[in-house]
Design a protein around this ligand. Sequence first.
Ligand SMILES: *[C@@H]1O[C@H](CO)[C@@H](O)[C@H](O)[C@H]1NC(C)=O
Ligand SMILES: *[C@@H]1O[C@H](CO)[C@@H](O)[C@H](O)[C@H]1NC(C)=O
Ligand SMILES: *[C@@H]1O[C@H](CO)[C@@H](O)[C@H](O)[C@H]1NC(C)=O
Ligand SMILES: *[C@@H]1O[C@H](CO)[C@@H](O)[C@H](O)[C@H]1NC(C)=O
Ligand SMILES: *[C@@H]1O[C@H](CO)[C@@H](O)[C@H](O)[C@H]1NC(C)=O
Ligand SMILES: *[C@@H]1O[C@H](CO)[C@@H](O)[C@H](O)[C@H]1NC(C)=O
Ligand SMILES: *[C@@H]1O[C@H](CO)[C@@H](O)[C@H](O)[C@H]1NC(C)=O
Ligand SMILES: *[C@@H]1O[C@H](CO)[C@@H](O)[C@H](O)[C@H]1NC(C)=O
Ligand SMILES: *[C@@H]1O[C@H](CO)[C@@H](O)[C@H](O)[C@H]1NC(C)=O
Ligand SMILES: *[C@@H]1O[C@H](CO)[C@@H](O)[C@H](O)[C@H]1NC(C)=O
Length: 589
Amino acid sequence: MASSSVLTLALYCISAAAAQPQVTTKNGVIQGLVKTVAGHSVNQFLGIPFAEPPVGALRFMKPQPPSNWTGVKQTTAFGAACMQNTTDRTVFIPYNVQLSEDCLTLNVFVPGTVSNTNRKAVMVWIHGGAFTIGGTSIYLFNEFVVQTDVIVVSVNYRLGPFGFLTTGDVNAPGNAGLWDLIEGLKWVQDNIENFGGNPKNVTIFGESAGGCIVSQLAMTVASRDLFHRFISMSGTALSDWAWVRDGPQVATKVGQSLGCNAAASEKAKLVACLRATNATSLLRASDQSMFPGRNSYPFGPVVDGDMFPLPVVEMLKDINSTVMKNFFSLDYMGGFTDSDGGVNHFFPTINITFGVPPTYMRDTLIPQFAAGASVYHKDEIAQKLREVYYDANADMERTGRLMVNLYTDTLFSVPTVGFLRSHLLAPGGSTFLYYFTKEPSFPHLLPVPDWFKGVNHGDDIAFMLGPDSAAQFNSNLTGIEGNTSRAFMTYLANFAKTGNPNIPDTVPSPWPEYTYTREEYLDIGDVIINKTDVIPRRINLWLDTIPAILARPTTSAPSTTPVASEGSLVQLSTMLAILIMLNASKLLN
Ligand SMILES: *[C@@H]1O[C@H](CO)[C@@H](O)[C@H](O)[C@H]1NC(C)=O
Ligand SMILES: *[C@@H]1O[C@H](CO)[C@@H](O)[C@H](O)[C@H]1NC(C)=O
Ligand SMILES: *[C@@H]1O[C@H](CO)[C@@H](O)[C@H](O)[C@H]1NC(C)=O
Ligand SMILES: *[C@@H]1O[C@H](CO)[C@@H](O)[C@H](O)[C@H]1NC(C)=O
Ligand SMILES: *[C@@H]1O[C@H](CO)[C@@H](O)[C@H](O)[C@H]1NC(C)=O
Ligand SMILES: *[C@@H]1O[C@H](CO)[C@@H](O)[C@H](O)[C@H]1NC(C)=O
Ligand SMILES: *[C@@H]1O[C@H](CO)[C@@H](O)[C@H](O)[C@H]1NC(C)=O
Ligand SMILES: *[C@@H]1O[C@H](CO)[C@@H](O)[C@H](O)[C@H]1NC(C)=O
Ligand SMILES: *[C@@H]1O[C@H](CO)[C@@H](O)[C@H](O)[C@H]1NC(C)=O
Ligand SMILES: *[C@@H]1O[C@H](CO)[C@@H](O)[C@H](O)[C@H]1NC(C)=O
């Protein structure tokens, strides 16, 4: 450099400035980097701190705003992923970054040139991973922003015990991971204009647990005015697995395995001991393997009396409340994949390599689900379930696929359609449903047995991110899949821009709003086409038939048919309470 001419120096400075965009945030100046994707620039600002490190006294507590810095902070690499067990290496485990309890960073992807005079729509991504694993570093939104001209922000949040341990009182109130996301959304409101984003045009979107969280954030006044639309992919607040009901008991058990013995009333003592434990030990004591026989997640969102004053079903009954009025005012898009229930860890305790024995389906799994629905009506419900999910003439492989349908419906499809219907309980924002049926040519992102058919949980992520970004999942999209991907991106971003997935950018098929009478949806398959009445026999079973059975008053004793206790008895109480409420609602008619 010393011997360079003035001209060279000037050029160097210009290209350096172009290569290293700087933005002033409320907390200080940051410098990102520019990537070129398909001939277009993407500015990446990675690992921006948006809260104080949630360590020491802040462990289990709400996040605090970050300290300011002087000088220019380099934001050119993803920050650490939040503490998690990375042993079972699926593609959704962050593999390219450190783990740390100090993980509250976010990332901004800006297409084109960064200019604070732009007013681009903003989409905030909330990753999935059962509230326990995952991180933002897996999701590269380069192609997405280039293709759609929106700004994407992805936010880390605390996971497992760090994000969700609760004693049910002030000592560890719960939902810390969700408060992290709210802090991230506040950061967006405070700073996104300087990146060229419109803080009045914010959409949150997420998949799996991220989909649950997105819909949960739509149901709290704590996030009011922080976003205007939301997209739930394969998970909603109606899913039973979106809520933990026994948080304080879980905390006590974690404490016991760490030698933090405290009487039930000594919550402060318990939490002080848990805070004094190092992060690695706390993680180990909170591992799923420490809860043998448990059939639901030990850590996740809770009804805490603060962010969520009441359970969802109670909130939905009071449609004139502030929180519900806000919920109805938001635009909502929800969807699921046709074999969402193929997600591997929901499978029962039998070995499913070659399929599922029909007798197991008939005599074990279906009675377990029926008992999960109601001890009073379980025989009648089991009969109805067998009509849909059991075929005496089916082989093991086909029975395996029927089992995937049963899990798809109870964990994903019914909670999504039910939540869409909840959104229609009062007039307000738009409501759209998609059904993702484009079976990938590439390996499923999560492992499945050979007999599995369809689109597994998470496969839609590869389509959302596009061919270049999906390559890191070993997902090679074919030419036609590239087209599906571009169409999916366009619908999502159109919705973020206008609340209507059909405009402004051209889409392959019109996508009418979901209504109660016609149940319109978009089928994203080999052909993208609008249809009505998604998987009607299965949806009607859960939305009409079973609620009608359950709503019937019963004076008889619970049915005494024995139910095998091993296997994963899926909890259905949250979902069913809401389906009964929806079925009884006059508003929908
Ligand atoms: C950080 O800087 C902002 C101005 O950009 C100021 O409003 C705020 O008070 C500062 N925060 C702290 C903790 O100093
Ligand atoms: C955490 O604590 C355990 C048990 O006291 C100890 O074995 C381990 O070395 C500690 N780990 C760190 C990173 O300090
Ligand atoms: C991580 O998960 C594996 C597999 O489930 C388990 O065996 C191991 O004990 C876990 N490790 C920690 C630190 O929790
Ligand atoms: C909500 O408010 C409307 C209009 O004021 C009223 O007609 C309706 O009965 C209220 N519904 C509930 C559930 O309170
Ligand atoms: C399931 O069965 C297959 C085929 O027999 C075998 O390879 C596999 O190890 C079994 N899995 C488990 C978890 O037992
Ligand atoms: C993806 O496609 C590229 C180029 O055709 C090829 O080199 C690569 O091996 C493929 N990867 C996989 C996982 O199939
Ligand atoms: C993808 O879409 C483009 C433009 O609509 C079309 O020309 C092309 O044939 C499509 N590719 C495939 C493989 O269908
Ligand atoms: C959101 O952005 C889109 C274009 O990106 C624009 O058409 C729309 O008016 C914006 N909405 C608001 C509320 O600013
Ligand atoms: C698809 O949308 C178009 C335009 O809104 C509509 O005319 C058509 O009836 C829809 N198709 C179905 C199956 O609803
Ligand atoms: C309630 O269930 C009954 C019985 O299947 C069905 O006919 C009715 O349409 C449902 N009502 C609503 C509002 O969903």
